[in-house]
Write a protein that binds this ligand. Sequence first.
Ligand SMILES: Nc1ncnc2c1ncn2[C@@H]1O[C@H](COP(=O)(O)OP(=O)(O)O)[C@@H](O)[C@H]1O
Ligand SMILES: [Mg+2]
Length: 277
Amino acid sequence: MSTPMIKLEHMSHAYTDENGKTVYAVKDISLEIQPGEFVAIIGTNGSGKSTLAKHFNVLLVPTEGTCEVCGLRTDDPQHVWDIRQQVGMVFQNPDNQIVAAVVEEDVAFGPENLGVPPEEIRQRVADALERVQMTIYAKHGPHLLSGGQKQRIAIAGILAMQSRCIVLDEPTAMLDPKGRQEVMETLHQLHREGITVILITHFMEEAVQADRVMVVHHGELKMDGTPRSVFTHVDELKQMGLDVPVPAELAVRLREKGVPLPEGIITKEELGDALCQ
Ligand SMILES: Nc1ncnc2c1ncn2[C@@H]1O[C@H](COP(=O)(O)OP(=O)(O)O)[C@@H](O)[C@H]1O
Ligand SMILES: [Mg+2]
């Protein structure tokens, strides 16, 4: 067994509210994410997804329990920079993540801070831009790019750090459908290359594309399994205020009405095939 990319043991994160009361944003979560997995995290607004994800690159440390990244405990200050090199974060707003006036300089920012020699930086930047299919924009001003292109530049910046894991907190929320698709294609490509992808999303059709889906509700991990095992719990998900992929819900409702469909349908292709039988 290799070392888990992420390992949480009874991890909680509590805030003290204005009345001095302790409020748990994340409560007693234990989980492991292995290198190379593609995990989607879903949950309604305020369920604790962002708080959880911020522990993965030490923007927060647990108030109880432990978080280990690549076998390194995040509450040891000596590990902070090693962990941040291994795990990069992409946030929702594409405009808040650009630091330079030219795309290739933006992507070079991380390795420059690591003290990587200039010749190697040039190679890393070229490689990273190629992997997110943004090579032709290397000399462009990032502010002229679309939202989807900006998010791919943010991802390239993480690749240039040679990180092994990318955590994305609703990276497609502000994008149009084309931009969303570009970002998802990039994530699938990186997953095929062996990068660990952790995607927080409120788009169920994105979560369906992951290897594994985690459902967070009131700070707790309520479900953790394959998209098929999670999205067939249509009523439980709806009770938590979550959407369900439309084909999954249709299949359940049709079965309730007596249409003889197999269990476990979550995509429109599966629903179409089953209905044609
Ligand atoms: N800095 C903070 N101080 C106090 N409460 C916070 C803070 N950040 C988040 N919270 C609370 O923690 C809960 C989870 O928030 P968050 O992790 O942002 O959820 P999500 O990303 O799922 O929308 C919310 O109730 C939120 O109000
Ligand atoms: Mg959030």
